[in-house]
Design a protein around this ligand. Sequence first.
Ligand SMILES: [Cu+2]
Length: 217
Amino acid sequence: METRTRRRGAAGVLAVPVAAQAATNNVSMGTPTSAQKTLGGLAADVNAFFPQTVSVHVGDTVRFTPNGFHTVDLPAKGSSGALPLLKFTKAGTYRYYCDVHAGMKATVKVLPKSKPVPSAKADASRVKNQIATAVKTAKTLTKATQPANTVSVGVAGKHGVEIFTLAPSNLTVPAGTTVTFTMSANSYEVQFSAPGTYTFYCLIHPFMKGTVTATAT
Ligand SMILES: [Cu+2]
């Protein structure tokens, strides 16, 4: 009986008109903490803002949480210098960008107080959907097979998804074979003329390590 009364009391507190208060919305710059384990297991990271769009009221604040090496560049608002919290005092649509990753962009919509904005729950569910899409994309990229004598050094896919693996991580070829290393945008060829095992790794992501074994012919 007592529990029930307490619950009612709590509900009463929640019924305070929300529209009258300034709210804080959250945006993750990069893979949200909740998804890092899943995506990390796929050697994937996502260069995207979560959620892609937040709608807030005039006077509300958006908190940008860095998860990875990203920036928030908000040309319309001018140089803020106030990260991770940005207060939006004028209605409008604000596009912003990450200066590190081309194509990583998102939007803050600032609406007058008379207009409805999504609930925190709705925002959270949109983030969840965005994560699900990223995981699906990462799985597809992971499964991609490579042409002969080719090593993929990380792959970039849709929705800002990147895979940090060397595929295959161990390759055996006859000496004299030219191996092509491909990256998202470009590729380079290396001829392994002498037999031996050659270890290679990514200078940016040292955990990306692989070998090419050239066998005597
Ligand atoms: Cu970025």
